[in-house]
Each structure stands twice: as structure tokens, then as C-alpha cells.
Design a binder for this molecule. Structure first.
Ligand code: ADP
Length: 623
């Protein structure tokens, strides 16, 4: 037996692990299983590629044993194994230069260092968080001799010759008081299912089962040794797409989402080249209950080399895609990648960016090939996709193409490109209306003239539309214009309109004079047909609805925007007013025209009392 000193950095690393990862001590099992899985991967590769290993008896598996009385936990694999030199090098030094440099450059600022440690693979040494002695018995595939490595994780370790039935590695932890709880069937099972369920080799848990037989005095306790496979062992995303059926994907979806319904879409990507990763994403059929909660739970799990890393990292997807479920599995990230590192990591950023593009292009093709399905998607997730328009500048063009609205010309939703297809040859802009639910918008007086001229108007009925649409000034070559603004109607002016405008000018001026400071302007309307008046926002001001929204959000500092009053030259009431010389009557009617237009837009009147007095005066005149 030879006794050896740990490399200085190992001692420091051990110290760090024990003191800084303390709150996550259960991860030691994930680390050991991950090492076993790697060792199995390595041997598997050799049996495929190396003549010397082709004849080897390879039954890839990981076995977990525990002894509740002795307080031991053993992880055993039939992988590649280690010879004496490898045991010495792998478990006595720190091979990876990145980790070594980090340890060497430790500042002594314990807190800062312990936050950083998470980004390096802590690996095997994490066992010392829960054990005061670790014994490793290993036999390299192809060799006859086995070796035993023992250490208490203090300064030294020893290596001696021993026996092992076949190739592979057995790691036995002698649990300390911190680790005792892990010598237990249920806690082992839970940790494996949580972190290592998709390790692609079977993990068997050995346990003693107790059952009772007989009745009364004959009742006997029977103990039986049993072995259960605890993981699903199927990293479905790593399997060839051609091998997988829709049902396989659906089954996995159920497992990760706990959703009873089948997903609407799934997309499976296996990227190789500069970056090696697989992704498997699902779009659920129903929006999750917390879709609009700030504390929503992200739906994408991160794996590194098939080992579960986290399901609590919102950075894996942009916020507006928070309804996406699935996994990302990277070959190029370190196992213990911390949250801080994930957020800055270039590999992660690339995977994320291609994942977003992939999801958006799948949605695009669903929209083009299966509108019925896309409509379901849109009803559930249209609002978050619209959020994307102001969150994700890079993909804005793609997102604009995904957006759909209700409109005055179609029963269901329409895309902007469908709208453009339907446009008449003289129409140069895309028109939309905001400020209320669909039913209210459809009946707005602002639409009267558009209807008459057979111009389609999009009905932007979601609260978020008002804010989002301002970030989309154009679609292709066409400007998006709000019919709620005074300039939108300019395009519609005909020669007749201009004539009417001229005719009504004296009245317009009079009303302007009567209303004074209460309006920004009074103009002859070209868009009204049944209503006598309407209000719109000046082209440079936020729309009335936007003003209401800003007010509701407590932003009153923008000052007050005065409305533009449009009056309808063809309306009977206006015509009568033109012929009147009664100044007080004209003044009363002017205010009523303004107030009723404001009421229709759902605005508060500045002087409701004055409105009622004028109304009653007019009513009185009627008798
Ligand atoms: P990491 O796995 O991150 O490289 P570890 O400290 O966990 O770091 O392990 C160091 C090395 O020891 C591994 O790279 C591997 O070569 C070897 N090793 C650990 N566990 C096993 C095992 N079960 N079978 C074979 N080799 C192993």
C-alpha cells in the first residue's frame, strides 16, 4: 500500500466544496452517477471503435447499494475503469487546468470564491460533503488487476491492490452525520429521478424489502433483497429522430410537463459542429395557469451531457416564450455551471438564440400549413408573442409575421400579410383601431367611413396592443396607421370631401371659438357617416386610449393632451347648426358634441355637471 499527498489545490478544493456547496449536498450523487455514466460512455465508444474492446463482455449499468446500519452508500458501474496510475492522477490531482487556475488564484475572499466554485465541475470530491471516508475500487477494462483507493479527504490517500470481478468502478461512501440521511431507499430514488432520470444507462437500486405473511401469531416478517431500476434511462432527445414516433414525444412531454393534454407542437433539434447540443421543445395546447404571473415557472430544463442541471433558470428562454416546455442538453457546458455563468456564457447564448429562431420558424410553418392549429396557438399564446415585439428586436421581423388580429373583413384572425393581399390598389397604409374590446371597436364611429369605402381595419382589442403596435411602424412597405389619430383620414379625402370641408368652415371656426382651450383643434371629418362627431388624438400625441393607459399606470406627468374634435358635415344636426344664429344654442351644442364623443371613447368628462345642465336645456327646447 502506498500513501500519497493530495495535490495542494485538491486540498483547497475539498475545503471549498465542503464549505460552500453545503446547502446542495445531495448533488454528490448526481456527480458520482455522472462520472459512472461518462465511464460507460467511454467504454461503449471503444466497443464500437476499437478492435481490442470488441470482444469484451459489456453490460452497461449503474448499481446503487446502501446499508442503513453501517451508513454506507455505494455507486458501482461497469464502465471503463481506472488503472493504478489513473486512480492516482484522477483522484489525487486536479486535471483540468481551468479549475486548477481558479484554485490557484483564489483571493482568500471566501465568500466570493465560494460563489464562483459552482461553475467548475466539483465532481468526485463532492462526496466528501457527506462522507468521512471514501473507498474506490476500480479495474480498467482489458486489465486483470484491480486497485483500491482510500481517503478520508484530509491530506492523503492510499492505493493498494485488490480484486474486482470485472471491469468498472465502485465508489463506497462511509457517510458522516451530514450524509446519513442518504442511506435510504426513498431519498436515493428521489435524487436520481430529480437529477439523473435521463442518464441513458439503467440505474439499479438494491434494497431490502420487508413484507408480512400470515395472521395473528403466525404473522411473519419476510425480508427480501430486491433490485429496482429507478431511472427511465431514455434520453429521448439523443435518439435519432427517425427512430421516434409521435407517441414517444408525447409520452416524454407528459413526464416533463405534468400536462394531461397532448402538446400542440414539438420540435426536436440535434446540432453538431461548432456546438454540440440537442433540444426538444413543446408548445402546450393550453396556456399554463401562471402565464401572466411575474413569478411564473420556466418550462425548459437544462441538461449537460444528459445530466440534469436546472429547471429553474428563466434565462434559458426569453420571457415572451415562457410557455415553451422542453429540454436543452449541451455537450459544451461544465456540469456545475452556475446561474451567474449561464447568463453570461457564450455557448448558452448561442444555443438560446438558435432555439428561439427554431421555435419561431416552426410556428411560422404551422401558421402556413395548418391555420386551424395555429389559431388555437394564437388564442392561447398570442399575447406573449406580442410581448416579443418589444422585447426581441433581433427577431422582430419573424414575430411580426406571426402576429394576428381580428379585423373588419374576416371572421377569424388575420395576419398582416393576408391583410396586405386583400388591400385595394390605391391603399397605401394598414389601418387599425384600438381602445376597447372587439365588440366596442367594431361599432366605433371612427370606422364608419372606412366601411363605406370598403377599407379593412384591424381591430386591436388586447390591452397590450396599444403599447406594442407603436413599436411596429411599418410592415413591408406599408405604414401602420391608427384610425384613432387625426391624420389617418387624410388619405381618404376625396374632392367631395374637400368641398364639404370648405362649406362647413364657418361653423368649424365658430365651434373652435366656443370650445376654446378644451380642444386642440376642430376639423371637418371625412370618416364619419352616422355620428355627428368624434374625437381623435393629434398625430403627434398619444391616442386617447394610450393616455388612459398611462393614467392608469400612474404616469400623469406627461401633461394633458387635448383632443381633436371632428364633426360630420353630412349629419342632420350639424347641418341645422350651420343655419342657426343662436349663439348660446351653438355654444351648448358644441360642448355636447365634444362631451358625447368623449363618452363614446370611454373618457371621463371634465365637467359632468355642465354637461347635464346643457342636456336639460336642449331637452327643454324640444317641447
Ligand atoms: P470530472 O468528472 O469533472 O472530470 P471528477 O473529479 O469527478 O472530475 O473525476 C476526475 C476523473 O476521474 C474523471 O475525469 C475520470 O477520468 C475519473 N473518474 C471518476 N469517476 C470515474 C468512474 N466511475 N469511472 C472511471 N473513471 C472515473
Amino acid at each position: 500500500m502506498s500513501k500519497k499527498q493530495f495535490q495542494t489545490e485538491v486540498n483547497r478544493l475539498l475545503h471549498l466544496i465542503i464549505h460552500s456547496l453545503y446547502s446542495h449536498k445531495e448533488i454528490f450523487l448526481r456527480e458520482l452517477i455522472s462520472n459512472s455514466s461518462d465511464a460507460l460512455d467511454k467504454l461503449k465508444f471503444l466497443t464500437f471503435t476499437d478492435e481490442n474492446y470488441k470482444g469484451i463482455n459489456f453490460d452497461p449499468r449503474i448499481d446503487i447499494l446502501f446499508d442503513n446500519k453501517e451508513k454506507t452508500l455505494t455507486v458501482s458501474d461497469s464502465g471503463i475503469g481506472m488503472n493504478e496510475q489513473e486512480l492516482d492522477e484522477n483522484l489525487g490531482t486536479i486535471a483540468r487546468s481551468g479549475t486548477r487556475n481558479f484554485i490557484n488564484n483564489m483571493t482568500g475572499d471566501a465568500k466570493k470564491d465560494s460563489n464562483l466554485i459552482g461553475q467548475f465541475g466539483v465532481g468526485f470530491y463532492s462526496g466528501f460533503m457527506v462522507a468521512d471516508k471514501i473507498e474506490v475500487i476500480s479495474r480498467k477494462a482489458g486489465d486483470d488487476t484491480a486497485y483500491k483507493w482510500i481517503s478520508d479527504g484530509q491530506e492523503e490517500y492510499s492505493i493498494e491492490n485488490t480484486e474486482r470481478e470485472s471491469h468498472g468502478t465502485t465508489v463506497k461512501l462511509f457517510l458522516n452525520s451530514e450524509g446519513e440521511e442518504f442511506a435510504n431507499r426513498w431519498s436515493i430514488q428521489n435524487i436520481i429521478r430529480k437529477y439523473s432520470n435521463h442518464v441513458p444507462f439503467p440505474i439499479y437500486l438494491h434494497f431490502e424489502d420487508t413484507r408480512f405473511e400470515g395472521e395473528g401469531d403466525d404473522r411473519k416478517e419476510i425480508k427480501e433483497n430486491k433490485i429496482d431500476q429507478v431511472n427511465s434511462a431514455a434520453a429521448i432527445w439523443r435518439r435519432q429522430k427517425s427512430e421516434l414516433k409521435e407517441e414517444d414525444y408525447f409520452e416524454f412531454y407528459r413526464q416533463i410537463s405534468y400536462d394531461m393534454e397532448d402538446p400542440l407542437l414539438y420540435m426536436h433539434t440535434q446540432a453538431e459542429g461548432t456546438l454540440d447540443y440537442s433540444t426538444l421543445f413543446y408548445i402546450p395546447s393550453k396556456a399554463p395557469f401562471d402565464l401572466f404571473r411575474a413569478d411564473y415557472k420556466g418550462g425548459v430544463k437544462l441538461y449537460v451531457k444528459r445530466v440534469f442541471i436546472t429547471d429553474d433558470e428563466k434565462e434559458l428562454m426569453p420571457t415572451y416564450l415562457r410557455f415553451v416546455r422542453g429540454i436543452i442538453d449541451s455537450e459544451d457546458l461544465p456540469l456545475n455551471v452556475s446561474r451567474e455563468i449561464l447568463q453570461k456564457n457564450k455557448v448558452m447564448a448561442k444555443i438560446r438564440s438558435s432555439s428561439v429562431k427554431k421555435i419561431l420558424s416552426e410556428l411560422e410553418s404551422c401558421k402556413n400549413t395548418n391555420r386551424e392549429k395555429y389559431n388555437i396557438f394564437w388564442k392561447e399564446f398570442g399575447i406573449p408573442i406580442k410581448e416579443g415585439l418589444y422585447q426581441d428586436f433581433e427577431n422582430r421581423d419573424k414575430l411580426v409575421d406571426l402576429v394576428m388580429y381580428k379585423s373588419t373583413k374576416v371572421d377569424d384572425y388575420t395576419t398582416l400579410s393576408d391583410y396586405v393581399e386583400r388591400m385595394g390598389p390605391d391603399q397605401n397604409s394598414i389601418f387599425y383601431i384600438t381602445g376597447g374590446k372587439e365588440g366596442v371597436l367594431k361599432n366605433s364611429p371612427l370606422l364608419e367611413m372606412y366601411r363605406k369605402k370598403d377599407i379593412e381595419v384591424l381591430l386591436l382589442a388586447d390591452d397590450i396592443d396599444e403599447i406594442v403596435i407603436t413599436t411596429v411602424p411599418k410592415y413591408k412597405d406599408f405604414e401602420l396607421r391608427s384610425v384613432n389619430r387625426s391624420d389617418a383620414a387624410n388619405d381618404l379625402k376625396s374632392d367631395d370631401d374637400k368641398e364639404r370641408e370648405k362649406r362647413i368652415e364657418p361653423l368649424v371656426n365658430k365651434i373652435k371659438e366656443k370650445l376654446g382651450d378644451n380642444v386642440k383643434n376642430v376639423i371637418a371629418s371625412t370618416r364619419l357617416s352616422d355620428s355627428p362627431s368624434c374625437i381623435v388624438a393629434d398625430e403627434n400625441d398619444p391616442t386617447v386610449q394610450m393616455q388612459n393607459l398611462l393614467k392608469a399606470m400612474g404616469q400623469s406627468s406627461f401633461g394633458e393632451f387635448k383632443p381633436v374634435l371632428e364633426i360630420n358635415p353630412d349629419h342632420e344636426l350639424i347641418k341645422k347648426l350651420e343655419n342657426s344664429n343662436d349663439e348660446t344654442f351653438i355654444e351648448d351644442i358644441s360642448f355636447i358634441l365634444l362631451d358625447q364623443a368623449m363618452l363614446v371613447e370611454g373618457m371621463e368628462l371634465k365637467d359632468p355637471h355642465g354637461f347635464v345642465i346643457r342636456m336639460n336645456k336642449i331637452l327643454n327646447r324640444a317641447f
